[in-house]
Design a protein around this ligand. Structure first.
Ligand code: FES
Ligand SMILES: [Fe+2]
Length: 424
């Protein structure tokens, strides 16, 4: 399965510190290497435990092109199973979600428990006594683990633990959770899917790109009454940060603290969400609740596919070198019904079918993909902010709001993963 090293594109030369080669977005061989060395090796975000609250619940998710069933068995344990019958490989789950005592394959009727074990097959005499059921369960993702209900899977038997993988990005998941008075995220609003004709890395790079919003999103800034446009300007106090291991964030807190308005990050004020603010103060105390409400929700890209953008959560799914799906849902929080309602409305305005935000980004992804197919000038330039990068108090590389510190961080990690020795 692994291509001899000599046949691999020379990643060390195609990914430089301040520019990357266009073929990295268009070459099928690169995509194959990425599946093997990134998507089928590192930890990938799959789903959230709140999507399957009851025993027998399941949802169909993905790791790259692999269809994954995330299920909760009768004992309440979460499993990541491959959506492929162990008989002759029919796809088991067609519906996106459900609750069941057993998953039944439509082709010849084999049935499986929600823990993936084979329960039975029709006309058993045909198998005789020497066909054990035990080795014929559904395939499973080699390792799975969760943090604050966010479930990740990895096809590598060994390697960093989930917490090691999350590293400095873990704190952002804490920051999301504490927006709930009881500290719990609930992804219960349903999902939209947007498919784009573009390479997945264009999306990942764009998620923490603070340079484009003034141009690409000017229409939404004009109709909105928030301070968002300032966040993405040269005067912004926001920070583009490389958190290491491919994780990047656009830390908007310095800018929101400058304004010091609770819920300013959400474009609203406390009097519009009185119940929520009351519950937050009761849960955390006045001082901490105020801090949380001023700082708001993070803007973080957890490599390779989990993007939390203040009010919504995206999961990025590459299907081919030039085809990517963005699955998106509004963030929802336990014990915060009035906040949740408002989140839902805002998210339909940003990424819904007639939304202002994602459509603009998607247009850019597709134009980018068409542009990068042109033969010259071969390279993409990632130099912005090199002259003013610094190491912050936590030891991370940090740049100004509109700098390409984040893109350079993403590519450094991709280069490491694509050039690692086989034994690593
Ligand atoms: S392929 Fe599933 S039962 Fe035959
Ligand atoms: Fe954007």
């Amino acid at each position: 399965m692994t291509a001899p090293v000599a046949d691999r594109p020379p990643y060390g030369r195609l990914i430089e510190d301040d520019r990357v080669h266009g073929s990295l977005y268009t070459d099928e061989r690169v995509f194959a290497d990425e599946l093997e060395r990134i998507w089928y090796r590192t930890w990938v975000y799959v789903g959230h435990e709140s999507e399957i609250p009851e025993p027998g619940d399941y949802v169909v998710k993905s790791i790259g092109p692999q269809s994954i069933i995330m299920s909760r068995d009768r004992q309440g344990v979460v499993h990541l199973l491959l959506n492929r019958c162990s008989h002759r490989a029919n796809q088991i789950c067609e519906s996106a979600r459900g609750n069941t005592g057993a998953l039944r394959c439509q082709y010849h009727g084999w049935t499986f428990g929600t823990d993936g074990s084979l329960l039975g097959y029709p006309f058993r005499q045909g198998y005789g006594p020497d066909t054990p059921k035990s080795g014929l369960g559904l395939g499973r993702v080699t390792r799975s683990d969760s943090y604050r209900g966010f479930v990740f899977g990895s096809f590598a038997a060994e390697g960093p633990t989930l917490l090691e993988h999350l590293g400095a990005a873990r704190e952002a998941l804490d920051r999301v959770a504490r927006l709930s008075p009881v500290g719990r995220v609930e992804l219960t609003a349903g999902w939209l899917q947007h498919e784009v004709r573009a390479n997945w890395k264009m999306l990942v790079e764009n998620e923490t790109d603070g340079y484009h919003p003034q141009f690409v999103h000017s229409s939404i800034f004009e109709v909105g009454e928030s301070h968002v446009a300032e966040v993405y300007s040269e005067k912004s106090a926001a920070t583009a940060r490389d958190l290491g291991d491919g994780h990047t964030e656009h830390d908007l807190r310095p800018q929101f603290r400058r304004h010091d308005v609770p819920l300013g990050w959400f474009g609203t004020t406390e009097d519009r969400l009185p119940d929520y603010c009351r519950s937050m103060r009761a849960a955390y105390g006045d001082g901490t609740a105020r801090e949380i409400l001023v700082d708001g929700s993070p803007h973080i890209m957890i490599f390779p596919n989990l993007f939390i953008a203040e009010i919504q959560l995206f999961s990025i799914q590459p299907l081919a070198v030039d085809r990517t799906v963005q699955h998106v849902t509004p963030l929802q929080f336990a014990e915060a019904p009035d906040l949740n309602r408002r989140l839902l409305h805002q998210v339909s305005g940003s990424v819904g079918p007639a939304g202002f935000l994602l459509a603009d980004d998607s247009e850019m992804y597709e134009r980018n993909q068409r542009g990068v197919a042109a033969l010259r000038p071969e390279w993409l330039v990632l130099r912005r902010g090199l002259n003013r990068e610094r190491i912050d108090d936590d030891g991370h590389l940090a740049g100004a709001a509109t700098d390409e510190t984040t893109q350079r961080g993403i590519w450094r990690h991709i280069r490491t993963l694509l050039t690692e020795e086989e034994s690593a």
